[in-house]
Design a protein around this ligand. Structure first.
Ligand code: MD3
Ligand code: FE
Length: 203
């Protein structure tokens, strides 16, 4: 198409707003057990985004690579359980995007401060690409970039605001994507931060 979202992307603006209190409480609870930290990429760079995880599996990066694992590398403990309100919201959003039986076993929580960005990448560490990825944006707005299946394909951008949910499935599932450096600002609930939760079927 010349205009409009790519096939496989469903943008649900404001879908998470009714749960914002419960989501923020859940994130605080997860971060108390598994604090946000800056991981190192296989190339040796420290990520500008801080992250933590909840659920059966968590996404981790170190000099050896990217992968999902059930233990927090900082403590050796399993990741905190996925709060029921997270799971319920992810399942309802997936269904609204056309994926009725989504059962995420991983929730990656990214935290952006002003200047934090995510370089163009594909999410390929999951076992089954037929499952969508559900992403929930909270706090400061961000400009999200998405391209095609090749790194050099033309890119489009979409602004993601507090409470927006994006469901990425089908043809969009393996699209290259990234996040532009976060602009400074103040959000009434999250201050100078953006938090993005991504729900995935890792195993
Ligand atoms: C499109 N996070 O953690 S979420 C990531 O805002 C990641 O923190 C971004 O990319 C963030 O890997 C974007 C939206 C998203 C997530 C996965 C996708 C978009 C996607 C997978 C395929 C295509
Ligand atoms: Fe990604």
């Amino acid at each position: 198409p010349l205009f409009g979202p790519p096939p496989g992307l469903t943008l649900l603006q404001g879908f998470a707003l009714p749960q914002e209190d419960a989501l923020l409480a859940g994130i605080e609870q997860v971060a108390q057990a598994a604090p946000f930290r800056h991981m190192v990429t296989p190339g040796g760079f420290t990520m500008s985004v801080a992250l933590t995880n909840c659920g059966t599996y968590g996404w981790v990066s170190d000099r050896r690579g990217y992968r999902y694992q059930s233990q927090d590398p900082e403590t050796g403990h399993t990741w905190p359980a996925m709060p029921a309100v997270f799971m319920d919201l992810a399942r309802r959003a997936a269904a609204a995007g056309g994926f009725e039986d989504f059962s995420p076993d991983a929730c990656l929580i990214n935290r952006y401060a002003p200047g934090s960005k995510l370089s163009l990448h594909q999410d390929k560490n999951e076992a089954d690409f037929s499952a969508p990825i559900v992403s929930v944006s909270l706090g400061l707005p961000a400009t999200f970039l998405f391209g095609g299946l090749e790194r050099t394909d033309p890119q489009d951008r979409v602004q993601l605001h507090h409470g927006d949910i994006a469901v990425w499935g089908g043809k969009a599932r393996l699209a290259y994507h990234g996040v532009m450096p976060l602009k400074d600002g103040q959000h009434p609930r999250l201050g100078a931060y953006r938090i993005n939760m991504t729900f995935r079927r890792a195993a």
